[in-house]
Design a protein around this ligand. Structure first.
Ligand SMILES: [Cu+2]
Length: 359
């Protein structure tokens, strides 16, 4: 074979290889800590939907601020520098950082537990071995694989998750889908304590270098969640704190549970969700999540626009406990519009936010 023909053969072989593996698989590493954060459900002190003061705090409601254990992103494995959230991401609220990957990638989460509780990071949808499941239960796994299910206070643990085809969008899905990650050490109480975040997986060949889908201009993640502070693992801190319990409420007070349950969007009440801003004609993708309480039946409703979900047109979508959904919108109608849960009791309880469509 002549040198020229050999070079041509090598070139053709190279093209074939590139064709079979269109994108190089990436290892995406995230440094995420659980931190004790004093969280205010309505930081403006106002009902921004009604344009009035907040409803009065009625005992035995503690108030509007509670200690929560929240996932937060750090710049590196020293966990000295918190990654600050810009104004455009402030709406994520109680949600942990968005973990992204393209099908074929590997996700590494270095988790530091800065709280006094044993916590974990359990991921929905992706592929993991027992050492990276983040959920402790009787499963015949060796002791050496159990530490990730309940990471001790002050400890660091590394989870490795793979993203095979079955973790990415299905045939009817758009180019990216959402899963949840959350602490599964004490499943029910952990979610009321706080640590939860989104995992966005983009179809192979459809991701930008940061993992976001190429065919979308703006993405918003909203979690419609009942947060029951009476079931939080930090309830004793909240009862003991002068700033969280100024009126010295007792946990044995009648109606304590009902008075400290909140129906929130990303942990915000009464329109305090920071304004979501998009532009007319943009390709906007909404990722919707719920937590798993007995009352986590929600009906996200967009005013002024419509969405496409699984090829069907709607302006309201049903979500049951633990659901995740994706809805695509091309906003056409400029203005300030409400995003709310359409269930009456949740709407009345402040499960409302707003978004702006710029002309
Ligand atoms: Cu609702």
């Amino acid at each position: 074979m002549s040198a020229a023909r050999a070079a041509l053969a090598a070139l053709i072989a190279g093209i074939a290889t590139v064709g079979a593996v269109p994108c190089e698989a990436a290892v995406r590493t995230y440094y995420i800590a659980a931190d004790d954060v004093l969280w205010n459900f309505a930081p403006s002190g106002r009902d921004l939907i009604a344009g009035t003061a907040l409803p009065p705090v009625q005992a035995p409601q503690l108030g509007w601020s509670y200690h929560k254990a929240l996932y937060r992103a750090y710049t590196d494995g020293t966990f000295r520098h918190l990654k600050t959230r810009g104004p455009a991401s402030a709406y994520l609220g109680v949600l942990g950082p968005i973990i992204r990957a393209e099908v074929g990638d590997t996700i590494v989460v270095v988790f530091k537990n800065n709280t006094r509780l044993h916590l974990s990071v359990y991921p929905g949808g992706v592929e993991y071995g027992k050492a990276s499941e983040g959920a402790p239960y009787s499963d015949r796994a060796p002791r050496s694989d159990k530490r990730g299910g309940a990471v001790a206070p002050g400890s660091t643990y590394t989870y490795t998750w793979m993203v095979p085809e079955r973790s990415g969008p299905g045939p009817m899905d758009p180019s990216s889908i959402v899963w949840m990650y959350y602490s599964h050490t004490d499943d029910v109480r952990d979610l009321n304590t706080g640590p939860v975040g989104p995992i966005i997986i983009t179809r192979r060949g459809m991701a930008r270098s940061d993992g976001s889908p190429k065919d979308v201009d703006a993405e918003f993640v909203t979690m419609f969640s009942e947060i029951d502070e009476s079931q939080s693992r930090l309830v004793s801190e909240n009862l003991a704190g002068a700033s969280t319990n100024p009126h010295h409420v007792s946990a044995s007070a009648p109606q304590f549970q009902g008075a400290n349950q909140f129906f929130t969007i990303n942990g915000f009440l009464f329109g305090n969700l920071p304004m979501l801003t998009m532009t007319k004609g943009q390709r906007v993708r909404w990722y919707l999540m719920t937590t798993m309480s007995d009352f986590d039946f929600h009906f996200p409703t967009w005013h002024g626009q419509t969405v496409l979900a699984n090829g069907q047109r709607s302006n309201t979508l049903p979500l049951g406990p633990g659901d995740t959904r994706v809805a695509d919108m091309v906003p056409e109608n400029p203005g300030v519009w409400m995003l709310n849960c359409d269930l009456d009791i949740h709407f009345d309880a402040g499960m409302t936010g707003r978004f702006t469509v710029q002309p």
